[in-house]
Design a protein around this ligand. Structure first.
Ligand SMILES: CC(C)(COP(=O)(O)OP(=O)(O)OC[C@H]1O[C@@H](n2cnc3c(N)ncnc32)[C@H](O)[C@@H]1OP(=O)(O)O)[C@@H](O)C(=O)NCCC(=O)NCCS
Length: 159
């Protein structure tokens, strides 16, 4: 069974899962340290939501370690919420589901849970970006009710 929940406490299995999932999300991002994962969990600006699946194989072989009956962490999303002059806004960031658990609805459940957190936080809107080449992700966001928006997305990288 799939369980989706907001992470309240810093535990080893969550820290290791975040580190493992970041490697599947990005080849360029540095894997966060234990302290950095703890910072995400403790910060009032960020909410880490994880999915656990008790039907996914566990053990050192696949790197999935379970803590408790709900099974290992198989996916995560981070919801960022903050107040600006025009209201509370929210962003969905770093959605990733473990290779071994994809195409079973975990991603959609995570995104819907993130939207619920945003609503609870009083967000007027929930934004996200996704490269067009991430086809599965784009289909998932549309299924979860997101609509492409006419806007220019800019990034300053300092070089
Ligand atoms: C994008 C990503 C998060 C999707 O996770 P996921 O758990 O596979 O997502 P879902 O299972 O909800 O949906 C994926 C597909 O499985 C299908 N599916 C869902 N439940 C299913 C089931 N029980 N049986 C068969 N298919 C199912 C969905 O319909 C969807 O199909 P589609 O892509 O043809 O539209 C995952 O592929 C991933 O982590 N990718 C790498 C990182 C990434 O791209 N992240 C997004 C950054 S913007």
């Amino acid at each position: 069974m799939l369980t989706v929940s907001v992470v309240q406490d810093v535990t080893d299995d969550v820290v290791h899962a975040v580190q493992r999932l970041v490697r599947q999300l990005s080849t360029s991002a540095a894997v966060p340290t234990d302290a950095q994962v703890a910072e995400i969990i403790r910060s009032p600006a960020t909410t880490l939501v994880v999915a656990r699946d008790d039907e996914v194989g566990t053990g050192p072989a696949d790197g999935l370690s379970a803590r408790g009956p709900e099974g290992p962490v198989v996916g995560m999303v981070t919801l960022v919420a903050f107040r600006i002059p025009t209201g509370v806004r929210a962003w969905v960031e770093d959605v990733v589901v473990d290779d071994a658990a994809r195409r079973r609805g975990v991603g959609e459940a995570l995104v819907r849970a993130a939207v619920e957190v945003a609503t609870t936080r009083g967000a007027r809107t929930v934004d996200l970006t996704s490269r067009p080449s991430r086809r599965e992700a784009n289909r998932l966001y549309e299924r979860a009710g997101f609509e492409a928006r006419e806007t220019n997305v800019y990034r300053y990288t300092g070089h």
